[in-house]
Design a protein around this ligand. Structure first.
Ligand SMILES: [Zn+2]
Length: 147
């Protein structure tokens, strides 16, 4: 694992505040109609307005819906830490952030069978994979109980 912050790279620019001790997802809010979107957009899908502002999103929300990925997705395009030998089923779903938007996310949970719609979830930003000697940092949500 890379040890310096310089060796930690976000999986994509503009998805979350980084580096940060308290990272937040970055969404956009339409200044015309108030609709919040993640990832941030420069125009609004709801009203076609083109005046949006970037905002930090809530850290906590509730699991809106999910499914369990039971097999290793095709690679490419999928990138992940698993090999066929180490793969374990994982949850993917949407977390609803109160008053904001729904975020599509991989769910960090040792026991995906314990996931329930409506359970409280919180943001985690951490290493996802290692690539070219760098830690690729991504975001996840995990059940609050797991913290
Ligand atoms: Zn709008």
């Amino acid at each position: 694992m890379a040890t310096s912050i310089a060796d930690q790279v976000p999986i994509a620019e503009g998805l979350f505040t980084w580096p940060s001790n308290d990272p937040r997802l970055l969404g956009s809010r339409c200044t015309n109609c108030g609709v919040v979107t993640f990832p941030a957009q420069s125009s609004c899908a709801a009203c076609a307005g083109t005046d949006t502002e970037t905002m930090e999103l809530e850290r906590k929300g509730t699991l809106w819906t999910y499914t369990i990925q039971c097999f290793l997705p095709n690679r490419p395009p999928y990138e992940g830490p698993e090999t066929p030998e180490t793969f374990r089923p994982f949850g993917v779903g949407y977390v609803e952030l109160p008053g904001q938007t729904r975020v599509e996310t991989r769910i960090k949970c040792d026991d995906p069978d314990s996931l329930r719609v409506g359970m409280e979830m919180e943001l985690v930003v951490e290493k996802f994979i290692e690539k070219d000697g760098k830690d690729i940092i991504s975001y996840f949500f995990q059940p609050v109980e797991a913290a």
